[in-house]
Design a protein around this ligand. Structure first.
Ligand code: SF4
Length: 520
């Protein structure tokens, strides 16, 4: 019998499946309702039939915070638990390995009461089954991965799309209910597998229609068509001109920063004008936005500055003989400094490549120095505003309102979440801040992820919470700690019991008035 079930057997044995003939146990932890033979696991590999008992295969995860001395936290010698008694005041029960409930009117697997800083608190702990879920992937590169809205595929199945690019990053939206359940069975299965791998921090190969192949892994640099990306651009071409204009002054007569978004031309740009740089007479292709800032100088691609060009002189439309002069010094660079060309105009005003002077090289290198490492970031987005709330309270809308008001703190595996304003409980969490092994799945298909709601006990009672099912943290630890997985609390995650977490947040929806956007 697992740690979870030791406690559950005493407190809530009614939740643990049903025994049928032949020692078969029917799992009731999700709508699939697997009939599990002795010694076998269910379809999701999370539950098994052990000696006629339904057990959660993975141990529950407890996180113990280091001792707070008032000034510094006393660090653990390592993250392994040494068998010492856990301090209830420094232990957080996560939803990892806690188990799910179905149907959701049953109380959540753990409702843990504890006292922190003189406040009686309750943490409701469960593994949520998320039908509405997906990930947003931020890929720090200016290289063109594919057109906006293009299909993103894994194993040939569409699992998402290219969404709006952000500053210096390409963005993908992967998963979501339409791919999980709105298409073919194979599309749903591949989408679920892709989400699981991304959330587990594993590398995933994605192919973009009309674009390129990219290998994405949370916390790692992307591989674009097999090439590792190294640098995130320092800014757009205009920003790069603005940042480094003064450092170029006196060393070059013109700088063109090639960028798929905005290509910057120093002497036309406000930065060059303020520095009294005379016009160089070099006109670049594309659509002029404002002085010294050009859109669409080339097509998007994997070349210089996220364009499709390999020779930057291709974007020079003309050189005005009335303004330019022989001997004019021209620098062309990308926004990462990885590509740079120094030229001098000859007697015919043709740019001729020349050795880059040391002073110019130093500034190009400084562009590179100011680039942050290129990374992939994976944020899990899910809706917890559905029936999961019934495991917390008999009146779910009160939980929704309490979360929106900032009175109830939501965490996932102890990691802080961003709760979207407005209706429902739509949360977003950085998977890199969650413990390993946080995610699972059920074959409906849907993802399973830990979620915890922490709030004052008095408030929990007012919300119609399942107070009769609460167990003290001491009782909980006595029952589960010997077999639990125990790790150190991540110091960069806020402690859910920190004094003051239950103050109302900035979003306090008022009564509905047409046009005010509030949903109640
Ligand atoms: S898929 Fe997993 S949780 Fe669902 S019924 Fe089967 S064993 Fe239980």
């Amino acid at each position: 019998m697992s740690t979870v079930d030791k406690l559950s057997a005493a407190a809530r044995s009614k939740q643990l499946g049903a025994v049928e003939d032949g020692g078969i146990v029917r799992c009731d932890a999700c709508p699939v309702l697997c009939r599990i033979r002795p010694g076998r696991a269910g379809a999701c590999d999370r539950y098994a039939n052990r000696d006629g008992h339904l057990v959660r295969v993975d141990p529950v995860l407890l996180l113990e915070k280091a001792i707070d001395t008032g000034s510094d936290l006393v660090a653990f010698s390592n993250t392994e638990w040494k068998g010492n008694l856990l301090d209830p005041k420094r232990t957080f029960v996560t939803g990892v390995g806690a188990g799910t409930t179905y149907p959701d009117y049953k109380p959540a697997p753990f409702i843990v009461s504890a006292e922190h800083d003189g406040v009686d608190t309750v943490t409701v702990v469960t593994e949520g089954i998320f039908s509405y879920c997906g990930v947003k992937v931020k890929i720090d590169t200016d290289r063109h991965l594919g057109p906006e809205t293009a299909a993103v595929r894994a194993s040939g199945e569409q699992v998402g799309h290219v969404t709006t690019a952000e500053y210096g990053s390409q963005m993908l939206s992967i998963g979501g209910v339409r791919h999980l359940t709105g298409g073919s069975k194979k599309e749903g299965t591949v989408t679920c597998e892709t989400l699981l791998s991304l959330c587990a921090g594993e590398p995933v190969t994605l192919a973009i229609d009309g674009g390129h192949e990219v290998v994405v892994q949370a916390g790692r640099a992307p591989l674009v068509d097999g090439q590792p990306e190294r640098r995130m651009r320092v800014g757009c071409g205009s920003a790069t001109v603005g940042i480094f204009a003064r450092q170029w002054l006196g060393h070059v007569d013109e700088v063109i920063v090639v960028d798929d978004h905005i290509t910057g031309v120093l002497t036309e740009h406000q930065a060059g004008r303020v520095l009294d740089m005379p016009p160089a007479g070099i006109r670049v292709r594309g659509r002029r936005s404002t002085p010294g800032r050009y859109f669409q100088v080339a097509k998007p691609g994997l070349g210089w500055g996220g364009t499709d060009i390999a020779d930057p002189l291709q974007i020079v439309q003309r050189i005005d003989p009335k303004v330019a002069r022989p001997g004019l010094r021209l620098l062309m660079t990308s926004t990462t400094g990885e590509d740079a060309l120094y030229c001098v105009l000859d007697e015919s005003l043709v740019p001729v490549a020349a050795e880059m002077p040391e002073a110019v090289r130093r500034v190009v290198e400084r562009i590179g120095e100011n680039c942050e490492p290129s990374l992939c970031t994976v944020l899990f987005v899910a809706g917890a505003g559905g029936s999961l709330r019934a495991g917390v309270t008999e009146n779910p809308v009160l939980l929704t309102r309490s979360v929106a008001a900032g009175e109830t703190r939501v965490t996932m595996g102890g990691a802080p979440v961003y709760v979207w304003p407005g209706g429902g409980i739509t949360v977003m969490v950085d998977v890199a801040r969650m413990p390993r092994g946080s995610f699972g799945y059920v074959p409906t298909p849907a993802l399973v992820a830990p979620i915890e709601f922490t709030l004052p006990a008095a408030l929990y009672e007012r919300l119609g919470g399942h107070t009769g099912d609460a167990v003290s943290i001491a009782e909980m630890l006595a029952a589960v700690a010997p077999d639990a997985r125990i790790e150190a609390w991540r110091g960069d995650n806020p402690w859910p019991f920190k004094p003051g977490p239950f103050k109302p947040g900035p979003f306090e929806p008022g009564p509905f008035e047409p046009g005010n956007g509030a949903k109640r």
